[in-house]
Design a protein around this ligand. Structure first.
Ligand code: ADP
Ligand code: ADP
Length: 229
Protein backbone atom coordinates (compact mmCIF):
# COMPACT_ATOMS: atom_id res chain seq x y z
CA UNK A 1 0.00 0.00 0.00
CA UNK A 2 1.06 3.57 -0.71
CA UNK A 3 -0.13 6.24 1.71
CA UNK A 4 0.63 9.93 1.76
CA UNK A 5 -0.54 11.89 4.80
CA UNK A 6 -0.47 15.68 4.84
CA UNK A 7 2.53 15.70 2.52
CA UNK A 8 4.01 19.02 1.50
CA UNK A 9 7.13 19.66 -0.52
CA UNK A 10 8.73 23.06 -0.86
CA UNK A 11 11.98 23.34 -2.83
CA UNK A 12 14.82 25.53 -1.65
CA UNK A 13 13.82 28.25 -4.12
CA UNK A 14 10.49 28.62 -2.30
CA UNK A 15 8.36 26.77 -4.88
CA UNK A 16 5.57 24.77 -3.22
CA UNK A 17 5.56 21.72 -5.47
CA UNK A 18 3.07 19.72 -3.36
CA UNK A 19 0.64 20.99 -0.75
CA UNK A 20 -1.01 18.89 1.91
CA UNK A 21 -1.41 15.74 -0.18
CA UNK A 22 -3.51 12.91 1.28
CA UNK A 23 -3.68 9.77 -0.84
CA UNK A 24 -4.04 6.04 -0.43
CA UNK A 25 -3.26 3.60 -3.22
CA UNK A 26 -4.14 0.01 -2.38
CA UNK A 27 -2.09 -3.05 -3.34
CA UNK A 28 -2.70 -4.04 -6.93
CA UNK A 29 -4.22 -0.75 -8.05
CA UNK A 30 -3.30 0.86 -11.37
CA UNK A 31 -3.42 4.63 -11.03
CA UNK A 32 -2.71 7.55 -13.35
CA UNK A 33 -1.22 10.80 -12.11
CA UNK A 34 -2.14 13.62 -14.48
CA UNK A 35 -1.93 17.40 -14.46
CA UNK A 36 -0.30 20.27 -16.33
CA UNK A 37 3.46 20.88 -16.42
CA UNK A 38 4.65 22.16 -13.06
CA UNK A 39 1.69 20.72 -11.14
CA UNK A 40 3.90 18.45 -9.01
CA UNK A 41 3.74 15.06 -10.76
CA UNK A 42 7.50 14.47 -10.89
CA UNK A 43 7.88 15.65 -7.33
CA UNK A 44 5.30 13.09 -6.24
CA UNK A 45 7.26 10.35 -8.04
CA UNK A 46 10.50 11.56 -6.44
CA UNK A 47 8.93 11.35 -3.00
CA UNK A 48 7.83 7.78 -3.73
CA UNK A 49 11.26 6.61 -4.94
CA UNK A 50 13.17 8.37 -2.18
CA UNK A 51 14.89 10.93 -4.41
CA UNK A 52 13.33 13.81 -2.45
CA UNK A 53 12.02 14.01 1.11
CA UNK A 54 8.89 15.91 2.13
CA UNK A 55 9.09 19.04 4.29
CA UNK A 56 6.15 17.75 6.26
CA UNK A 57 3.85 14.75 6.30
CA UNK A 58 4.44 11.04 5.84
CA UNK A 59 5.15 9.00 2.70
CA UNK A 60 4.60 5.30 3.32
CA UNK A 61 5.34 2.69 0.64
CA UNK A 62 4.83 -0.95 1.62
CA UNK A 63 5.21 -0.08 5.32
CA UNK A 64 8.41 1.85 4.73
CA UNK A 65 8.49 5.47 5.81
CA UNK A 66 10.31 6.67 2.69
CA UNK A 67 10.70 10.27 3.86
CA UNK A 68 12.57 9.05 6.93
CA UNK A 69 14.90 6.59 5.18
CA UNK A 70 18.57 7.15 5.82
CA UNK A 71 20.41 8.23 2.69
CA UNK A 72 22.44 5.02 2.77
CA UNK A 73 19.26 2.90 2.78
CA UNK A 74 17.71 4.48 -0.31
CA UNK A 75 19.46 2.26 -2.90
CA UNK A 76 18.32 -0.88 -1.09
CA UNK A 77 14.77 0.50 -0.86
CA UNK A 78 14.79 1.22 -4.62
CA UNK A 79 15.58 -2.40 -5.43
CA UNK A 80 12.09 -3.23 -4.24
CA UNK A 81 10.29 -0.76 -6.41
CA UNK A 82 10.51 -0.70 -10.18
CA UNK A 83 10.92 2.60 -11.97
CA UNK A 84 10.43 3.25 -15.68
CA UNK A 85 11.21 6.57 -17.35
CA UNK A 86 10.28 8.20 -20.63
CA UNK A 87 13.83 7.87 -21.95
CA UNK A 88 14.58 4.22 -21.77
CA UNK A 89 17.93 4.30 -19.94
CA UNK A 90 19.12 0.89 -21.06
CA UNK A 91 22.86 0.30 -20.84
CA UNK A 92 23.98 0.68 -24.49
CA UNK A 93 26.89 -1.77 -24.44
CA UNK A 94 24.89 -4.60 -22.92
CA UNK A 95 22.46 -6.84 -24.75
CA UNK A 96 18.82 -6.89 -23.75
CA UNK A 97 19.43 -10.12 -21.84
CA UNK A 98 22.39 -8.57 -20.02
CA UNK A 99 20.48 -5.38 -19.22
CA UNK A 100 17.80 -7.38 -17.43
CA UNK A 101 20.28 -9.80 -15.85
CA UNK A 102 22.30 -6.89 -14.49
CA UNK A 103 19.35 -5.76 -12.35
CA UNK A 104 19.35 -9.21 -10.74
CA UNK A 105 23.14 -9.54 -10.39
CA UNK A 106 23.28 -6.40 -8.25
CA UNK A 107 20.88 -7.95 -5.76
CA UNK A 108 23.04 -11.08 -5.58
CA UNK A 109 20.76 -13.59 -7.27
CA UNK A 110 22.38 -16.89 -8.28
CA UNK A 111 23.40 -17.24 -11.95
CA UNK A 112 21.07 -20.14 -12.66
CA UNK A 113 18.12 -18.25 -11.14
CA UNK A 114 19.02 -15.14 -13.08
CA UNK A 115 18.98 -17.06 -16.36
CA UNK A 116 15.59 -18.53 -15.59
CA UNK A 117 14.06 -15.24 -14.50
CA UNK A 118 15.46 -13.28 -17.47
CA UNK A 119 13.93 -15.83 -19.90
CA UNK A 120 10.61 -15.51 -18.06
CA UNK A 121 10.74 -11.71 -18.19
CA UNK A 122 11.70 -11.67 -21.89
CA UNK A 123 8.66 -13.79 -22.59
CA UNK A 124 6.41 -11.55 -20.50
CA UNK A 125 7.53 -8.49 -22.47
CA UNK A 126 7.53 -10.42 -25.79
CA UNK A 127 11.23 -9.95 -26.52
CA UNK A 128 12.36 -13.60 -26.50
CA UNK A 129 13.91 -13.19 -29.94
CA UNK A 130 15.75 -10.00 -28.94
CA UNK A 131 17.79 -11.41 -26.05
CA UNK A 132 21.07 -10.96 -27.92
CA UNK A 133 20.23 -7.62 -29.50
CA UNK A 134 21.69 -4.35 -28.28
CA UNK A 135 19.34 -1.50 -27.29
CA UNK A 136 20.05 0.56 -30.43
CA UNK A 137 18.96 -2.38 -32.57
CA UNK A 138 15.44 -2.17 -31.17
CA UNK A 139 12.54 0.14 -31.92
CA UNK A 140 11.47 2.63 -29.27
CA UNK A 141 8.56 0.45 -28.26
CA UNK A 142 10.79 -2.58 -27.90
CA UNK A 143 13.32 -0.62 -25.84
CA UNK A 144 10.56 0.53 -23.52
CA UNK A 145 9.37 -3.07 -23.18
CA UNK A 146 12.93 -4.07 -22.25
CA UNK A 147 13.08 -1.27 -19.68
CA UNK A 148 9.83 -2.46 -18.17
CA UNK A 149 11.19 -6.02 -18.10
CA UNK A 150 14.26 -4.83 -16.24
CA UNK A 151 12.12 -2.85 -13.78
CA UNK A 152 9.93 -5.84 -12.88
CA UNK A 153 12.64 -8.54 -12.92
CA UNK A 154 12.94 -8.46 -9.14
CA UNK A 155 9.14 -8.82 -8.61
CA UNK A 156 8.64 -5.32 -7.19
CA UNK A 157 5.36 -4.74 -5.38
CA UNK A 158 5.24 -1.23 -6.82
CA UNK A 159 6.04 -0.11 -10.36
CA UNK A 160 6.40 3.61 -10.95
CA UNK A 161 6.25 4.77 -14.55
CA UNK A 162 7.03 8.40 -15.40
CA UNK A 163 5.58 9.14 -18.85
CA UNK A 164 6.41 5.65 -20.16
CA UNK A 165 4.70 6.37 -23.49
CA UNK A 166 6.05 9.91 -23.80
CA UNK A 167 8.43 9.11 -26.65
CA UNK A 168 6.25 6.57 -28.45
CA UNK A 169 3.70 6.70 -31.24
CA UNK A 170 0.06 5.75 -30.49
CA UNK A 171 0.43 2.15 -31.67
CA UNK A 172 3.53 1.50 -29.52
CA UNK A 173 1.93 3.36 -26.62
CA UNK A 174 -1.06 1.02 -26.74
CA UNK A 175 1.32 -1.97 -26.70
CA UNK A 176 3.03 -0.56 -23.62
CA UNK A 177 -0.35 -0.11 -21.92
CA UNK A 178 -1.31 -3.71 -22.74
CA UNK A 179 1.98 -4.81 -21.20
CA UNK A 180 1.53 -2.71 -18.05
CA UNK A 181 -1.98 -4.12 -17.62
CA UNK A 182 -0.57 -7.62 -17.98
CA UNK A 183 2.10 -6.90 -15.34
CA UNK A 184 -0.57 -5.46 -13.05
CA UNK A 185 -2.50 -8.73 -13.37
CA UNK A 186 0.21 -11.38 -13.66
CA UNK A 187 2.80 -9.91 -11.27
CA UNK A 188 0.20 -8.25 -9.00
CA UNK A 189 2.26 -5.06 -9.04
CA UNK A 190 0.72 -1.78 -7.95
CA UNK A 191 1.28 0.64 -10.83
CA UNK A 192 1.55 4.40 -10.53
CA UNK A 193 1.86 6.02 -13.94
CA UNK A 194 2.42 9.69 -14.69
CA UNK A 195 1.09 10.63 -18.09
CA UNK A 196 0.20 13.58 -20.31
CA UNK A 197 -1.42 11.32 -22.85
CA UNK A 198 -5.17 11.98 -22.79
CA UNK A 199 -5.78 9.35 -25.49
CA UNK A 200 -4.30 6.68 -23.23
CA UNK A 201 -6.22 7.89 -20.16
CA UNK A 202 -9.49 7.90 -22.12
CA UNK A 203 -8.90 4.50 -23.71
CA UNK A 204 -7.44 2.51 -20.81
CA UNK A 205 -9.69 3.67 -18.02
CA UNK A 206 -8.22 3.67 -14.50
CA UNK A 207 -8.34 5.63 -11.31
CA UNK A 208 -7.03 9.07 -12.20
CA UNK A 209 -5.48 11.50 -9.73
CA UNK A 210 -5.22 15.02 -11.06
CA UNK A 211 -2.73 17.53 -9.66
CA UNK A 212 -2.81 21.27 -10.13
CA UNK A 213 -0.43 23.75 -8.51
CA UNK A 214 0.58 21.12 -6.00
CA UNK A 215 -2.94 20.18 -4.94
CA UNK A 216 -4.94 17.05 -5.73
CA UNK A 217 -7.89 18.64 -7.52
CA UNK A 218 -9.59 15.40 -8.57
CA UNK A 219 -9.37 11.71 -7.79
CA UNK A 220 -11.70 9.83 -10.08
CA UNK A 221 -12.32 6.10 -10.16
CA UNK A 222 -11.96 4.85 -13.74
CA UNK A 223 -12.44 8.43 -14.82
CA UNK A 224 -11.63 10.07 -18.08
CA UNK A 225 -9.15 12.81 -18.73
CA UNK A 226 -10.09 16.20 -17.27
CA UNK A 227 -10.20 18.91 -19.89
CA UNK A 228 -8.48 22.11 -18.82
CA UNK A 229 -10.25 25.24 -20.05
P1 ADP B 1 5.42 18.26 -13.11
O1 ADP B 1 6.12 16.96 -13.06
O2 ADP B 1 3.95 18.17 -12.93
O3 ADP B 1 5.79 19.09 -14.31
P2 ADP B 1 7.25 19.07 -10.99
O4 ADP B 1 7.04 18.23 -9.81
O5 ADP B 1 8.41 18.80 -11.87
O6 ADP B 1 5.89 19.13 -11.84
O7 ADP B 1 7.37 20.60 -10.53
C1 ADP B 1 6.49 21.23 -9.59
C2 ADP B 1 7.05 22.62 -9.30
O8 ADP B 1 8.27 22.50 -8.59
C3 ADP B 1 7.37 23.45 -10.54
O9 ADP B 1 7.06 24.79 -10.28
C4 ADP B 1 8.85 23.23 -10.71
O10 ADP B 1 9.43 24.33 -11.38
C5 ADP B 1 9.33 23.13 -9.28
N1 ADP B 1 10.52 22.26 -9.14
C6 ADP B 1 10.66 20.98 -9.54
N2 ADP B 1 11.86 20.50 -9.21
C7 ADP B 1 12.51 21.51 -8.58
C8 ADP B 1 13.79 21.62 -7.98
N3 ADP B 1 14.66 20.60 -7.95
N4 ADP B 1 14.12 22.81 -7.43
C9 ADP B 1 13.26 23.81 -7.45
N5 ADP B 1 12.04 23.79 -7.97
C10 ADP B 1 11.65 22.64 -8.54
P1 ADP C 1 7.32 -2.26 -32.24
O1 ADP C 1 6.02 -1.62 -32.64
O2 ADP C 1 7.21 -3.70 -31.87
O3 ADP C 1 8.07 -1.48 -31.22
P2 ADP C 1 8.31 -1.29 -34.81
O4 ADP C 1 7.05 -1.49 -35.59
O5 ADP C 1 8.72 0.05 -34.43
O6 ADP C 1 8.25 -2.27 -33.52
O7 ADP C 1 9.50 -1.97 -35.56
C1 ADP C 1 9.30 -3.05 -36.44
C2 ADP C 1 10.61 -3.80 -36.60
O8 ADP C 1 11.66 -2.93 -37.07
C3 ADP C 1 11.06 -4.40 -35.31
O9 ADP C 1 11.18 -5.79 -35.44
C4 ADP C 1 12.40 -3.76 -35.00
O10 ADP C 1 13.35 -4.76 -34.65
C5 ADP C 1 12.81 -3.10 -36.27
N1 ADP C 1 13.40 -1.80 -35.97
C6 ADP C 1 12.74 -0.65 -35.65
N2 ADP C 1 13.59 0.35 -35.42
C7 ADP C 1 14.83 -0.14 -35.61
C8 ADP C 1 16.16 0.40 -35.55
N3 ADP C 1 16.38 1.68 -35.22
N4 ADP C 1 17.18 -0.43 -35.79
C9 ADP C 1 16.97 -1.70 -36.11
N5 ADP C 1 15.75 -2.28 -36.20
C10 ADP C 1 14.69 -1.52 -35.96
Amino acid sequence: MIRLENVSKEYKNGVHALRDINLTIEDGEFVYIIGPTGSGKSTLIKLLDGEEIPNSGTVMVENINVGKLKHSKVPVYRRNIGVVFQDFRLLPRMTIFENIAFALEVIGMKKVDIRRRVREVLELVSLQDKAKAFPDELSGGQQQRATIGRAIANHPKVLIADEPTGNLDPQMSAEIMDLLEKINEVEHATIVMVTHDSTIVDRFKKRTICLEEGYVIADIMKGGYLKHE
